[in-house]
Design a protein around this ligand. Structure first.
Ligand code: SF4
Ligand code: SF4
Length: 473
């Protein structure tokens, strides 16, 4: 009943199965599999693909729900707008997400890789399906690969790679719509490349990389390039639930009619369906991406044999060996606390974001000038509108000594109406407004300050700067 020819190389723990001993590529043709985890995976993939394709077209508060405008250094997130000054928030957000992934890995191994990683979703959900559709089942794929070039082979290759390219092209444009307004995508795509050289270059590069990755590089990305896979051995412990072979039940493995065999009939089916070509019966391995193909494949075999399912299942090493499973362990608490710290700081900082920023800076040049009986300071008000809309800000400039107003002449070259200074500022734009303040020489004291009260969007900020004068020398 074994599907492995005697001469076929068997996966081991010392070599990468996707490479031949001479270093050439050992192409893996994954066998088809059906089962409960395949259904669950496909449902998750459908939701994720829908999010990827549809979200750029969703509008919140008159803006694209998520838009990372790198050129303008603006980021729109569900009605909130962030600019370059808010970039520190990304650190806490990504730290939180990173530790979230680590908590998930400590609890359930590489469930992210098998069920949600974009590489898996697109490779298994689209590109392998195209291959199966054009080239046929794995045996036919191998046959086609081995056969000399003829008309039929050329036709199949042209159609398959044409579809790969078309799919990569669509995915690359969808990726672009996360960085440029999706509603402008049509005009960008149909316009001259010279009018949008960055977008054009981005799409060319993304299409090329996706095509190369999904048509050729494939599982090597998980095995050789992805750093997350390398981290697994330090994130796991004996209570981490992962795809595991129950050696207590399966061994000694043997052919169907073998005397005294365990439940594993060494049919090789779990290896045939593995996208990374490993044999999970050799134990937990870095190459396992937690796709659960082998779980469904072995369950199918067990069902045919009338033996209980779950010879390969989601379980921990402790669960397999002693039946005891611990969910809460010190590392889960530690990673969980770090996750909460990252997301907590992000939430706190994001909730304290203000609608605009105002700061008072000293102009370049001398600290002050004495003009007759007056001392003159030159300052610049730096105003940043972080609101998602154009806003009119009012300015009130004054000089104070320990909270008591000091007589001063303030010159601010902005429009004034009804005795109020006003500046209009587009969303996520900044403006520098010169502020000249003249204070009578005898009123200049240590500690007097210039204050600009800025009001707009229902908020008020006070920008301050010390008034410099002869007494401060
Ligand atoms: S673990 Fe299951 S699928 Fe794999 S060889 Fe044994 S019986 Fe076959
Ligand atoms: S060992 Fe099983 S779960 Fe791991 S990658 Fe292979 S088929 Fe997927």
């Amino acid at each position: 009943m074994s599907t492995a020819p005697p001469t076929q190389r068997r996966p081991d723990l010392d070599t990468l199965y996707c490479l031949n001993p001479d270093g050439s590529r050992n192409t893996i043709h994954t066998a088809d599999v059906r089962g409960r985890y395949q259904v669950r995976k496909k449902l998750v993939w459908a939701v994720l693909v829908a999010i990827y394709l549809i979200l750029p077209w969703v509008q919140v508060g008159g803006r694209q729900a998520i838009l990372i405008d790198i050129q303008a250094r603006h980021f729109y997130l569900f009605g909130h707008t962030f600019n370059a000054q808010d970039f520190y928030l990304a650190f806490f957000f990504l730290t939180g997400i990173g530790f979230g992934l680590i908590v998930v890995s400590a609890l359930w191994g590489r469930i992210w890789c098998g069920f949600a990683c974009p590489h898996t979703v697109f490779l298994e959900g689209f590109f392998r399906r195209i291959e199966r559709w054009i080239d046929g089942p794995p045996a036919k794929q191998k046959e086609l690969r081995a056969m000399p070039w003829n008309g039929a082979k050329v036709r199949k290759r042209v159609v398959k790679h044409g579809l790969y390219l078309a799919m990569s092209f669509v995915l690359a444009h969808t990726l672009l719509s996360w960085f440029v307004p999706a509603r402008e995508l049509g005009a960008i795509v149909t316009g001259s490349p010279a009018a949008h050289p960055t977008a054009f270059g981005f799409v060319l590069l993304a299409t090329g990389l996706m095509y190369l990755n999904f048509s050729w590089f494939r599982e090597q990305l998980c095995l050789i390039v992805c750093p997350y896979g390398r981290l697994q051995s330090v994130l796991y412990d004996r209570d981490t639930v992962q795809v595991t072979y129950d050696h207590t039940r399966g061994e000694p493995r043997g052919k169907y009619h073998a005397e005294g065999r365990g439940h594993c009939i060494d049919c090789y089916r779990c290896v045939a369906v593995c996208p990374t070509g490993i044999d999970i019966r050799n134990g937990s391995q870095m190459e396992c991406v937690g796709c659960s193909n082998c779980v469904d494949a072995c369950d199918e075999v067990m069902a045919k044999l009338g033996q209980p399912k779950g010879l390969i299942r989601y379980d921990s090493l402790n669960g397999i060996e002693s039946g005891s499973r611990r969910f809460w362990r010190p590392r889960v608490f530690l990673y969980g606390v770090l996750l909460l710290v990252g997301l907590g700081v992000f939430t706190f900082a994001a909730s304290r974001r203000t609608g605009f920023e105002a700061s008072l800076l000293r102009m370049q040049g001398p600290l002050f000038e004495v003009q007759g009986e007056q001392v003159r300071n030159g300052l610049t008000l730096h105003l940043i509108n972080k609101l998602p809309r154009k806003e009119t800000f009012t300015l009130e400039v004054g000089v104070h000594d320990a909270g008591v107003p000091v007589p001063a002449e303030c010159i601010v070259p902005v429009p004034e109406s009804d005795g109020v200074l006003r500046v209009e500022l587009d969303s996520l734009r900044d403006l520098r407004v010169p502020v000249f303040v003249l204070v009578p020489r005898d009123a200049v004291r240590e500690g007097i300050e210039v204050r600009v009260v800025v009001r707009g969007g229902g908020e008020e900020r006070v920008a301050r700067a010390k008034f410099a004068g002869p007494l401060q020398r």
